[in-house]
Write a protein that binds this ligand. Structure first.
Ligand SMILES: Cc1cc2nc3c(=O)[nH]c(=O)nc-3n(C[C@H](O)[C@H](O)[C@H](O)COP(=O)(O)OP(=O)(O)OC[C@H]3O[C@@H](n4cnc5c(N)ncnc54)[C@H](O)[C@@H]3O)c2cc1C
Length: 400
């Protein structure tokens, strides 16, 4: 039997991106090893809100449609066909509209999306309350996205790891990768805190740690660590049925100038809040969970109490019942935001047999499974799907 420390493909990172890539490579018959320094789903992939899906495939699917609608199908397969209970449920999503200006913006956007074959609707507050009775009737309306869903982030990420292992992948936790060296035959030698590994192909799927891991190879992978934070109530009877959020931030971001020091679509520049962002819903165990802030504060896991209160205030505007429910717990995680806002998926041109999958920002849970599939297909066939062109690392990964 071959040495278990040798494989065709070695993946670093046991978040949703790493395990989804491992699963799809194993399905294709590749011998895979995955090294994770903590636990599977120990970082962002295990602590997120579990929101997934989007607008559907549309008439002419672009990368965003592939990643969201494709991942939606893969999550569904895991739940319905493969026997993993990942709490997948697709009730659709409601995005609150707070002002008349936002309502005009949303109506235009919905018309454009519909003309492109996507699933989006404008609802009055009254119409929304017919499907979400606790939603506020005082709002200017809602955007309804029927192709939104949720799953339990930790269960889903662990399930991909288990599904990969069931197909023969070697999933190893507690392995902190400390060095990667390309051999004369262009294969890779990787040293972790617990051993040495060899593989023809190396995949970096290290999320918000892309910069420090890139440093080990002398390349810059321009991904900023962005803190996301959430809060939850105690379990309560079923009260909120859709994935719920607000259109305030997309509206504000659509009017904002870019700033090269910050990735797009974050809530703060330095200490200054530039918008309020909101997403969440009720989980199967009854907790109502909301979050939204996205701050560039390094690898800081401390929830910011002021930001939590701002977020709770916005959530209460949408669901007045929240004013009666105290916060039971808060937490934070670190998200991988690329500096140009686009995913980074593909071959790193500076080295032979080196691939990267990162930069999925605040929607990496919902986009990770299809990203992993597209990358696995690329590695297996040697050819990228055409839709990956806009995620090509060549646009932004450079030698330092
Ligand atoms: C509070 C919060 C809410 C969110 N809500 C949503 C949501 O509702 N929907 C959605 O789609 N997305 C959401 N996200 C974003 C989503 O969680 C991330 O985009 C996604 O999990 C990123 O996956 P990843 O695999 O790239 O990174 P990670 O999950 O961070 O995994 C990277 C892994 O690499 C490992 N690693 C790093 N360096 C090394 C090394 N040297 N050796 C070995 N292992 C290493 C880390 O330990 C980590 O486990 C949210 C994020 C947060 C924080």
């Amino acid at each position: 039997m071959a040495n278990s420390n040798e494989s065709d493909v070695l993946i670093i990172g046991g978040g949703i991106c790493g395990v989804a890539t491992a699963f799809h490579l194993a399905q294709l018959g590749e011998r895979v090893t995955l090294l994770e320094r903590g636990e599977i789903a120990g970082e962002a992939s295990g602590v997120n809100a579990g929101g997934l899906g989007g607008l559907g495939w549309g008439n002419n699917p672009d990368l965003q449609a592939y990643l969201t609608a494709g991942s939606f199908e893969i999550f569904k397969t895991l739940q319905l066909d493969m026997g993993y209970d990942i709490e997948f449920h697709a009730p659709g999503g409601l995005q609150a509209i707070h002002t008349a200006e936002q309502a005009d913006y949303v109506k235009n956007r919905v018309l454009r999306l519909q003309s492109e074959g996507y699933h989006a609707e404008f609802l009055t507050a009254r119409e929304a309350r017919a499907i979400e009775p606790e939603a506020s009737g005082a709002l200017a309306g809602f955007m309804f996205l029927s192709k939104r869903a949720r799953a339990n982030p930790s269960k889903a990420t662990v399930a991909f790891g288990e599904a990969a292992a069931a197909l023969g992948a070697n999933i190893k936790t507690g392995h902190d990768v400390q060095a990667m060296t390309q051999q004369p035959d262009a294969s890779w030698q990787v040293r972790s805190s617990q051993g040495e590994f060899r593989a023809k192909t190396l995949v970096l799927a290290v999320g918000a740690w892309s910069r420090p891991v890139g440093d080990m190879l002398g390349i810059e992978i321009p991904v900023a660590p962005i803190k996301g934070q959430m809060w939850a109530t105690e379990p309560v009877p079923p009260s909120i049925f859709h994935l719920s959020g607000s259109m305030e931030s997309p509206f504000d971001w659509s009017n904002q100038d870019s700033d090269e020091n910050y990735p797009p679509e974050i809530t703060h520049r330095g200490d200054t809040r530039v918008t309020r962002h909101l997403y969440g819903g009720q989980t199967r165990n009854g907790e109502i969970v909301f979050g939204g802030d996205r701050q560039m504060v390094g690898y800081d896991y401390t929830p910011d109490a002021t930001g939590i209160e701002v977020n709770r205030g916005q959530a209460t505007e949408v669901f007045p019942l929240l004013s009666r429910l105290p916060i039971a717990r808060t937490w934070a995680g670190i998200m991988p935001f690329s500096m140009d806002g686009k995913p980074i998926i593909g071959k790193v041109s500076q080295f032979e047999n080196l691939f990267v999958l990162t930069g999925l920002a605040s929607s990496g849970f919902g986009r990770g499974p299809m990203s992993g599939k597209l990358l696995a297909d690329y590695i297996h066939t040697g050819h990228p799907a055409a839709v990956l062109a806009e995620a090509d690392p060549a646009r932004c990964v450079n030698f330092k």
